[in-house]
Design a protein around this ligand. Structure first.
Ligand code: OSB
Ligand code: MG
Length: 380
């Protein structure tokens, strides 16, 4: 059982990244984060992080849009309903189209509330079986090959279990060939963030001799048909990220042969309940999954770690330690790694302490919505 939610506090913070992060769609130097804190009737609170970005370049969602939808629509729907388990949110929000990151931020907070209130770890509440997880690193586009080789070398020295390198037209096959030459043994993959089209198939075949674990999202963010065709033309396994927004997308992608692997991001699919269902579907189909990242603070990172304890997460995720991203994280202790292994905490909920004083200091805007506040009409 989950306590009823008495109020929800939305806080906005901006946190600079320790280093700029560049993908084929742009450079991020900081994250603008929307945090959701749900306060239960038993005094317990749960935390969720919204992974939407300031600009709609990864997906159509934005931080401002998510905040607006939560205040105007999702919270009134929650307060009008009688939800006694976080899994109930999936059905409650089913009439809403997309807006997955906004939904996930609230759903993750409810899962944390549920787990804390029942004195169990979020990992075990979700059905997790592992007490340690393997992690990889996602390395953004660098100014030149030398800088990239330095970054990969540092990652290998630190013991990361897998190295992912961002690519884009002009910085791809030759660059990754140089990485492979210098690091013949490293578990290596690339992520294109939708930078190519099917017309690039011959060029992308240049990756085939580099023994990559996979190429992530080479084609359009909303495509699964061209990816299936590309899969017939290249040997490197294709992993989908941007194209998968729910269980049906995953089912159709597997059916078409568009994905040999799936990157699960809790925010992109609308929450933990849906993430677990995609995990189950892929596990039954023998398709490996791994946990993607959205440069999360410790709150979203802790949620990712709990989910990765499920048995189908057989490949290292993008859940690198806090110090990769932040000078001071929002949780204590921060996430640390020992030779590519992160321990799954067994304390209640997220299993880390949320650094509330630090969050209050950072907060640039705080909005509290109470369950008994006047509910706006939910019909047009
Ligand atoms: O495509 O996986 C991606 C970061 C922001 C948006 C999209 C992606 C990423 C990453 C970084 O690759 C993963 C991480 O370290 O959190
Ligand atoms: Mg990706």
């Amino acid at each position: 059982m989950m306590p009823s939610v008495e109020e929800v506090v939305l806080r906005r913070i901006e946190l600079p990244l320790v280093a700029p992060f560049t993908t084929s769609f742009g450079t991020q130097t900081s994250r603008e984060v929307l945090l959701v804190e749900v306060v239960g009737s038993d005094g317990t609170t749960g935390w969720g992080e919204c992974v939407a970005t300031r600009l709609p370049f990864y997906s159509e969602e934005t931080v401002d849009g998510c905040e607006s939808l939560l205040v105007g629509t999702l919270l009134p729907m929650l307060f009008a309903a009688d939800i006694d388990h976080p899994a109930g949110l999936e059905a409650l929000f089913a009439p809403i189209r997309r807006n997955k990151m906004a939904r996930a931020a609230l759903e993750c907070a409810l899962w944390d509330l549920y787990a804390r209130s029942n004195s169990v770890s979020l990992a075990s509440a979700l059905g997790g079986t592992r007490d340690e997880i393997e992690v990889g690193i996602s390395i953004g586009l660098q100014d030149g090959d030398e800088a990239l080789l330095d970054r990969v070398g540092a990652a290998v020295d630190a013991g990361f279990r897998r190295v992912k390198v961002k690519v884009r037209p002009g910085r791809d096959v030759a660059m990754v060939t140089a990485v492979r030459r210098e690091f013949p043994e490293v578990a290596l993959m690339v992520d294109a963030n939708s930078a190519y089209t099917l017309a690039d198939a011959d060029h992308l075949r240049g990756f085939d001799d580099l023994e990559l674990m996979m190429i992530e999202q080479p084609l359009a963010h909303d495509d699964i048909v061209d990816h299936a065709e590309l899969a017939r033309r290249i040997r490197t396994p294709i992993c989908l990220d941007e194209s998968i927004h729910g269980v049906d997308d995953a089912r159709k992608a597997l059916q078409l042969g568009a994905a040999a692997l799936v990157n699960i991001k809790i925010g992109r699919v609308g929450g933990l309940t849906t993430s677990v269902r995609i995990h189950d579907l892929c596990r039954d189909a023998g398709v490996p999954v791994w946990c993607g990242g959205m440069l999360e603070t410790g709150i979203g990172r802790a949620t990712n770690i709990a989910m990765t304890s499920l048995p189908g997460f057989v490949l290292p995720g993008d859940t690198a330690p806090s110090a990769n991203y932040w000078t001071r994280d929002l949780i204590t202790p921060e996430v640390t790694m020992e030779r590519g292994i992160v321990a799954v905490p067994d304390g209640p909920g997220l299993g880390y302490e949320v650094d509330r004083p630090w969050i209050l200091e950072l907060a640039t805007r705080t909005r509290t919505v109470r369950a008994d506040s006047r509910t706006p009409a939910l019909v047009d």
